[in-house]
Each structure stands twice: as structure tokens, then as C-alpha cells.
Design a protein around this ligand. Structure first.
Ligand code: URA
Length: 336
């Protein structure tokens, strides 16, 4: 079947679609030995011989098994496939046999914790990172108390790095101490360090940041440093840009998952030190801290477990946490 070259290159796991287009325009792609630079050119991987930088991609398209992993990234890990400074990488938390096969879908800052998808499927990467398609939800602990007007400005969309941001959905969560406020921030675009820069613009910097939801997939039961395989239903939901549940905050029960004060740690800034323990795969029934759910809540298809590359079942709750104790989620205080 004839398909666009950029789609085939993405499906072969060489690069996401936009990068594949750049490769085509740069003359790195040949079809049956002829350089193709025109975007939109189609080829049939059954009959045409396609090379990227001299490397044939037909075998990759034939043999490829798609890998979709959801990791709860700890602070102190980089979401990149390599680092000249040799800092810990998020992929280090995955089994060795898939580390080299996957790339991160978008980025989370070194000091941001939370959900990160890793895959070898360029089409999924494109869908999740496309502006306006899949909403990402963050919980941000902010220094001091921004005024209502300041938050309203952030909601409408401020200008950062000379570019206007799309409107953001922001609601205040429960206060954890007198010095800081927690907010839930929902974004449909992913500019570099967007949440941090938004609050920096108010003069109230983010001291802790966590991504708690990507589209309809949330972090319930997935402890920090732990990964699981996405279910086929979850992958489908991401590909189709299925919207997030609209009232997620109501699903967080009062008194649950409140951030615990640490010794001497009230309002303390993020540590930049890498966590000491490594990630584990989520194990069924291993007692991850539960998060109350409403009837409509939950990840798409979460219950229908699939299998990972080793053939073991991918299940929902977490293995060992990186930090003992300390349930980590603030409680919703008021919604708008
Ligand atoms: N916004 C940020 O500021 N940092 C992240 O890691 C993600 C979103």
C-alpha cells in the first residue's frame, strides 16, 4: 500500500513525523536509490526500497513491535536519549532490552516529576505532542500567593519568549502551608518550561512540578520511578486525541494524598540530586497508594492489561516507591 514517506519513517521509529519531513527535505531519504526531497511523496514498503541516511527501513517496518511505556519520572532524571553531562536518564529506569528502542514523547524538565510516555512509534509521538490535541495536566507548588488577577492573566494566556500562549485552565488546589499554593494547570500546548515560565512571570516561581495526567491517562497507582505498559485502549485514546475527563479534581478525595511535611522541609525547593533507587515495573496488587476515583474517572481501558516485551503482564499498581511514605498529591480546594 502506498503511504507517505514521512509516515513510514516515523513508523520505522527513525524519527517523529516532523523530523522525518526535515530528513526528506535535507535529501537523506532515497526510494529505490533515488533521492526524494518532495514532501508528500508516497512509497510502498512492500515493493519500494526505502533508505534513510543509507539505512534500509523496510526490515524495521516489517519486524517492528510497537512499544508504549508510561513512566512516572522522578525528579533528577533527564527525558532525553543521551546526555553529554552523563546525568541519569529517564530511559535508565526501563528494562535494558527496551532502553535503546524507545524515545521520550515530549519532555519533562530534569526537576519535574510525573508521567512520561516512551515509545518507538513516531505516530503516537506526533499525536501527543501536536498542539491542541492531547491535554497535559500539571500540579505546581508555587512560592508565595499569586493574586487572583495574576492567575486570571495566566488563564487568558500571557506572552512568553515573544509568543502568546494559548489560554490555560488553572485552578487552585488545597494549600499545604502558609508559604506556598498548589495549582492544577491544564495545557494543550507544550512550550519549553511553560508552567515554570508562566508562574515566573507573576513573580511567584514554581518550587515543585508534577505532571499528573496526559489526555485521559492519569498517574493513579503508578508510584514515582515505576513504569507500566500502556493498554491498547489508552494508545487508541491518545491517537484520537480523546479529551480528558472534565472534572478530575472532584475525584480526589478530601484528606487523601495530602503532601506530608518533611523534617525541616516546609516550602523547601526541589532537590537537584538524583534519586538513589531505580525504577521498577508496576506489579499487580503490590499496594500502591490508592487514589479515590469517581464513577467516570480513570484511564481509558486501564483494566485491560496487555503484555510487555518480555511477555509478562502489564498491570496497574506500583512497585517500590523511590521515597518511602509521603503520598504526594495535594487536595482540591476550590474549583472554577
Ligand atoms: N512545564 C514546565 O515548566 N516544565 C515541565 O517539565 C513541563 C511543563
Amino acid at each position: 500500500m502506498l503511504e507517505r514517506l514521512q509516515k513510514l519513517i516515523a513508523e520505522a521509529g527513525i524519527a517523529a513525523r516532523r523530523k522525518a519531513e526535515q530528513l526528506i527535505e535535507a535529501g537523506a531519504v532515497t526510494v529505490n536509490g533515488v533521492v526524494v526531497t518532495e514532501l508528500g511523496t508516497k512509497a510502498d514498503p512492500e515493493t519500494d526500497h526505502i533508505r534513510v541516511d543509507g539505512r534500509p527501513i523496510n526490515p524495521l517496518l516489517r519486524d517492528r513491535e510497537k512499544i508504549y511505556v508510561l513512566l512516572n519520572k522522578p525528579r533528577g532524571y533527564l527525558s532525553a536519549t543521551r546526555d553529554p553531562l552523563n546525568r541519569p536518564l529517564a530511559i535508565d529506569l526501563l528494562p535494558k532490552n527496551i532502553q535503546k528502542k524507545v524515545h521520550t514523547v515530549g519532555r519533562l524538565d530534569f526537576n519535574t516529576e510525573g508521567l512520561l510516555i516512551l515509545t518507538n512509534d513516531g505516530a503516537l509521538t506526533d499525536a501527543v505532542t501536536r498542539a491542541g490535541f492531547v491535554e497535559k495536566t500539571y500540579h505546581a507548588k508555587v512560592k508565595g500567593h499569586p493574586s487572583d488577577e495574576q492567575i486570571e492573566r495566566l488563564r487568558r494566556g500571557i506572552t512568553i519568549d515573544r509568543r502568546r500562549l494559548a489560554p490555560a485552565d488553572i485552578r487552585q488546589l488545597d494549600l499545604t502551608d502558609h508559604d506556598n499554593v498548589w495549582y492544577e494547570v491544564r495545557l494543550t500546548q507544550g512550550r519549553n518550561q511553560q508552567v515554570r515560565k508562566m508562574f515566573d512571570a507573576t513573580g511567584h516561581s514554581v518550587v515543585k512540578l508534577r505532571r499528573v495526567r496526559i489526555g485521559a491517562i492519569d498517574d493513579s497507582g503508578l508510584k514515582v520511578g515505576v513504569f507500566r505498559v500502556l493498554t491498547p485502549a489508552e494508545v487508541r485514546a491518545l491517537m484520537t486525541g480523546k479529551p480528558s475527563p472534565k472534572t478530575p479534581a472532584a475525584r480526589v478525595g478530601a484528606g487523601q494524598n495530602r503532601e506530608r511535611p518533611r523534617p525541616g522541609g516546609r516550602g523547601k525547593k526541589d532537590s537537584t540530586a538524583a534519586p538513589k533507587q531505580r525504577g521498577t515495573e508496576a506489579k499487580s496488587g503490590s499496594g500502591a497508594s490508592p487514589r479515590p476515583r469517581g464513577k467516570s474517572g480513570g484511564s481509558a481501558g486501564r483494566k485491560s492489561a496487555t503484555t510487555n516485551r518480555q511477555g509478562s503482564p502489564a498491570t496497574r499498581s506500583g512497585g517500590r516507591p523511590l521515597k518511602p511514605g509521603g503520598a504526594r498529591r495535594p487536595v482540591t480546594r476550590k474549583t472554577r
